[in-house]
Ligand binder design. Structure first.
Ligand SMILES: Cc1cc2nc3c(=O)[nH]c(=O)nc-3n(C[C@H](O)[C@H](O)[C@H](O)COP(=O)(O)OP(=O)(O)OC[C@H]3O[C@@H](n4cnc5c(N)ncnc54)[C@H](O)[C@@H]3O)c2cc1C
Length: 382
C-alpha cells in the first residue's frame, strides 16, 4: 500500500508519549500521522504499573548518590509539572483515566534509610516539591495499613496513580478527533531525508512528512542507527502483578527503601504490586515471568503491608523498562537532520506523558521550547 497523502508531522510510536504528542500537534492544527508497529499502547505504556511519580526514586538515589540526584532534578521537574496536567486530563480528553493524587509514601524500616530520605526530601524541596518526613506515629495515622515495624516515611503529596490501559488510547482518540490519522500494524523500517522533508518507509507502505518525531522508546536505537547516530537506550524487562479485587484500604502509592516495591490499589479494588523486579529470558530471548522475582516482590509487599497475607495474585506480566544513563529525558532535535525530533522519558514516562506531548509539540512546531530543555539533549548520550 502506498500512501499518497503527505503530513506536516509523522509521529513514530503509539505509546503514551507518542499519542500525547500527536494529540497536542493535531490540536494546534498540524496534519499528523501517528504510526505504530503493533496496536496502540501494547508496549511500556500499556504494561506499566500506573504510578504517577513525583519524587526521586530511592534505588538510584542510594546507588548513584547526591550528585546524580542533583542533575536529575531537571527531569524531576518535568514529572512535577506533568502531574499538574494530570489533574484536568480526564475532563480534557473526555475519558475517566482513574487519576487520583493522594500522595506517595516512601517507607523506611531503619534509621539509616530515614536519614537518606531526609536528604532526598531536601533536594525535592529545593525545586518546590512539598515532600516531607513522617514520624512513625504520623505514618501510622496516615496509613494504618503499613506495618507498625516501619520507623517512618517520606511523604510526597503530588504523587498518585492512573489507569495505563486507557491513557494512550484516550490521547490517540483525542488526536483523531482533531484530524490525526492513526496507522497501526505499521512498522517503520527506514526514515529518509528528502528535499522537502522525509520519506518514511513502513511495512504498510510509504508515508511522506515535512517533519518526523520519533517517540518509539525501545525502538529508538534501531531507528536512529539507520540515521547514523544510534541513541543508546537501555532495556530491562521487569514484572508487575495484580491481585483479586478486595475492599479498598490502600490510598497511597507505597514504596519501600530497603527493597524494590511499588504498591497501590486500583479503582477496581485490585492491588498492583511491582517495583522493578527483573523478568528472565526464554530460549528464544523473549522476556518471561521470573518466579523468583515474583516470590521476592510478594515477600516485600507482605512485609510492608502485612494485611495482604490472604490476598490472591491473579496475573503477573512483563514489560520492558527503558532508560537513559542519567535518568533524564530526551527532548531534542536530531543532530544534523533538520526537521527530525526525538522524545523519550526514561523509567517514569507514563507520568511524564502529558507534559512530554506538550513540549515535543512545541519543539516540533516552533523549533524551540519556552522551557529550558538544554539538559535533555541527544548529544549528552552519544
Ligand atoms: C513494567 C513497567 C512498569 C512501569 N511502571 C511505571 C509507572 O508505574 N509509572 C510511570 O510513570 N512509568 C512506568 N513505567 C515506564 C513507562 O511505562 C514508560 O516510560 C512509558 O510508557 C514510555 O512511553 P512511550 O510512549 O515513550 O513508549 P512505549 O509505550 O514503549 O511506546 C513506544 C511505541 O513505539 C512503537 N515502536 C517501536 N519501534 C517502532 C517502529 N520501528 N515502527 C513503529 N512503531 C514502533 C512500539 O510498538 C510502542 O508502541 C513502567 C514501565 C514498565 C515496563
Amino acid at each position: 500500500m502506498t500512501r499518497d497523502k503527505s503530513f506536516d508531522v509523522i509521529v513514530i510510536g503509539g505509546g503514551a508519549i507518542g499519542a500525547s504528542s500527536a494529540y497536542q500537534l493535531a490540536k494546534q492544527g498540524a496534519n499528523v500521522a501517528l504510526l505504530d508497529e503493533f496496536d496502540l499502547n501494547t508496549q511500556a505504556s500499556g504494561r506499566n504499573a500506573g504510578s504517577l511519580h513525583g519524587q526521586i526514586q530511592y534505588e538510584p538515589f542510594e546507588e548513584l548518590g547526591t550528585d546524580w540526584a542533583k542533575q536529575f532534578l531537571h527531569g524531576l521537574s518535568i514529572l512535577a509539572d506533568s502531574l499538574e496536567m494530570w489533574k484536568g486530563l480526564s475532563s480534557e480528553l473526555g475519558v475517566d483515566l482513574e487519576v487520583s493524587s493522594n500522595g506517595g509514601l516512601m517507607i523506611a524500616e531503619n534509621e539509616k534509610n530515614l536519614r537518606h530520605l531526609e536528604e532526598k526530601v531536601r533536594l525535592e524541596n529545593s525545586i518546590g516539591i512539598a515532600s516531607r518526613m513522617l514520624s512513625q506515629s504520623e505514618l501510622q495515622e496516615k496509613a494504618p495499613y503499613i506495618s507498625s515495624k516501619m520507623v517512618g516515611a517520606a511523604y510526597c503529596p503530588i504523587e498518585g496513580k492512573a489507569n495505563p490501559l486507557v491513557v494512550a488510547p484516550a490521547f490517540a482518540d483525542a488526536a483523531r478527533r482533531h484530524g490525526a490519522i492513526i496507522s497501526t500494524k505499521t512498522q517503520v523500517l527506514e526514515i529518509e531525508k528528502s528535499a522537502t522533508g522525509f520519506t518514511v518507509a513502513t511495512s504498510a507502505g510509504q508515508f511522506i512528512g515535512s517533519k518526523v518525531l520519533i517517540t518509539a522508546n525501545a525502538g529508538i536505537p534501531k531507528l536512529t542507527a539507520g540515521l547514523g547516530r544510534k541513541i543508546p537506550i537501555s532495556d530491562v524487562p521487569v514484572q508487575v502483578s495484580v491481585t483479586e479485587q478486595i475492599e479498598k484500604f490502600v490510598h497511597h502509592l507505597v514504596y519501600f527503601t530497603s527493597e524494590k516495591l511499588t504498591f497501590k490499589q486500583a479503582n477496581s479494588g485490585s492491588l498492583l504490586i511491582g517495583g522493578g523486579w527483573p523478568a528472565r529470558y526464554d530460549e528464544k530471548n523473549n522476556p518471561i515471568l521470573n518466579p523468583d522475582s515474583l516470590r521476592s516482590n510478594l515477600r516485600v509487599a507482605l512485609k510492608v503491608v502485612p494485611r495482604i497475607a490472604d490476598v490472591k495474585v491473579i496475573r503477573t506480566w512483563v514489560g520492558t523498562g527503558n532508560g537513559t544513563e542519567d535518568h533524564n529525558p530526551i527532548i531534542d532535535k536530531f543532530p544534523g537532520v533538520a526537521g527530525l525530533f526525538v522524545g523519550m522519558y526514561p523509567y517514569m514516562g507514563f507520568t511524564a506523558s502529558p507534559l512530554m506531548g506538550r513540549l515535543l509539540a512545541e519543539l516540533v512546531l516552533t523549533g524551540r521550547c519556552e522551557r529550558d530543555i538544554s539538559h535533555f539533549t541527544i548529544e549528552r548520550l552519544l
